[in-house]
Every structure is written in C-alpha cells, then in structure tokens.
Design a protein around this ligand. Structure first.
Ligand code: DGL
Length: 274
C-alpha cells in the first residue's frame, strides 16, 4: 500500500523538472511518469481539450494504482486541479501554489514576473495564488508560446535559442521585478538562457523544489511514505516519439531512461494497467 507509486503527469517532458526534485527529495518513492508528447503543447489549446487530455492521463495513473498524483504541468493545474481534487479519492498536487509560495519566499521588492503558457497566463491562476500568499505583490505576466516547442525538440542552448528567448521576453526585460516565476514546467530546462537574458539581478523560480516539499509533507502527514530502503526503478510513458523523450529525460535526470509508448485518447487505450 505505502509502496504504491507517485503519478506525475505533464503535456510532455516539462514535468521531468518536477520529477527530478521528487527523486532527489523522496529517493525511495517510485514514480510513474506520463508525458503526452504527441499532443504537446497544451498551452494554446482550448480549455475543454486540455481538460479531456489531462483526464486521460489521470485515468491512466489511477488505473496504475498510484497513491498520489502530481500534476506537473501549470496549464493542466490551472484547468483541472480543483475538479481532480474533488473527484479522486487519492491526493492531488498541482504546481501553481508551490511556485507562488517559492517566489514569495525570495522576493524583496514584492514585484514578481510570471512567464507561462497562454492558458496559464490567461487563467490568472498565478496572480490569484501570489496575492493569496502576499496581498502586496505586484505581478507582470507574459505568455511565451515559442518556449515549449524549443524544449520538446531538444533545442535548449545556442544562438538561435537565445535570440528566440530574448525576443519573447523583451516586454519583461528591464521591468521592475526581482523575481521571475518559470510558470511552465518546461521552462527550467531553458533556465540558463532565460537567466542570461534577464540578467543576474532576477531570481528565477521553478516550482519543482517546493512541489516536492509539498509531496513529502503530504506523504508524511498521511503516513503513506514508501517503506523500501532501496531506490526503485521508475516507469516512464510518452505518447509521442519515445526516443526523443528518452534523450531529453536521460540528459535531464542524469540516468538512462527508456520510456514506453502509450496510446491515449482517439489513438488508443488507457487500459494498460487495468
Ligand atoms: N509544461 C506545461 C506547463 O507547465 C505545459 C506546456 C504546454 O504543453 O504548453 O504549463
């Protein structure tokens, strides 16, 4: 029971930035990861579609008998977290509140930037969450649609990437802020370039660390921590090109990843574990 896995989902490889923190902070927990790389990006899609696709991943993880689901995608968190918590009888964690908490902890000027997908920015979820933690915060938000396709295609450094990042972030460069929330789990993979473009005075916040802390606290509180002493094998599933996924995941996680090809939605069956 306690050794059931933690389910982690994202539209693609972005959730690996959260999975890496989970693995670091909770080394005895097994992770089952699902990335919907075939239908990524979610950010520009209509809300109903994001809901439908996210539920397909949730159903897959529930069928795999996970004990906790981490929605390691800001876009899916903005759309589905509330209803997933209401419908499921296992706990569900999102990444927006942890990201907001982490930013409030480090800002001194209380002026914070948020970058994310179109859906995340339009949902205003970060503004609500930040103001809930600290009423005086001033927020500047910007949607960065070119970033996710860069990361999914493995383009994370070099002149071209820097040009794209610089031109996308232009509206925020020089604006009064001391902290920038990477409000899409893909963006930490671009953090070296984003940091270079924004300059050394801006602290970059990823939600992975704080999300893993929340997961650890929840497992401890509900007495659901794994009882094993070894480091378990994790289980990765991707709906698109598994070799491309394996390359990015192996680099990011610093271990060899061999994902299984998963068919969701019209393509197939969510019953792999049933
Ligand atoms: N990684 C995702 C997020 O945190 C979604 C990216 C996308 O599919 O557009 O928002």
């Amino acid at each position: 029971m306690k050794n059931r896995a933690i389910g982690v989902l994202d539209s693609g490889v972005g959730g690996l930035t959260v999975a890496r923190e989970l693995m670091r902070q909770l080394p005895h927990e097994q992770i089952i990861y699902v990335g919907d790389t075939l239908r990524c990006p979610y950010g520009p899609r209509p809300e109903d579609e994001i809901r439908e696709f996210t539920w397909e991943m949730i159903d897959f993880l529930v069928a795999a008998d996970v004990k906790l689901i981490v929605i390691a995608c800001n876009t899916a968190t903005a759309v589905v977290l509330k209803e997933a918590r209401a419908k499921l009888d296992i706990p569900v964690i999102g990444v927006i509140d942890p990201g907001a908490r982490a930013a409030v902890k480090v800002t001194r000027s209380k002026k914070i930037g948020v970058i994310g997908t179109k859906m995340t920015v339009e949902s205003n979820s970060y503004v609500r969450s930040l103001k809930h933690v600290e009423g005086q915060i001033e927020v500047r938000s910007l949607a960065c649609p070119p970033f996710v396709p860069l990361v999914e295609s493995g383009q994370i450094e070099g002149d071209y990437v820097e040009r794209v990042v610089r031109s996308t972030l232009a509206p925020l460069i020089g604006q009064p802020m001391d902290t920038l929330i990477l409000g899409c789990t893909h963006y930490p993979i671009l953090a070296p370039v984003i940091g270079k473009v924004m300059g050394p005075d801006i602290k970059l916040i990823s939600s992975g660390d704080e999300t893993a802390l929340e997961a650890a606290a929840l497992l401890d509180y509900s007495d659901m921590e794994a009882e094993r002493l070894d480091v378990p094998e994790h289980d990765f599933h991707a709906t698109g090109d598994v070799e491309a996924f394996d390359r990015i995941a192996s680099d990011w996680l610093g271990r060899t990843v061999r994902a299984k090809r998963l068919k969701l939605g019209k393509e197939g069956d969510v019953n792999a574990f049933r």
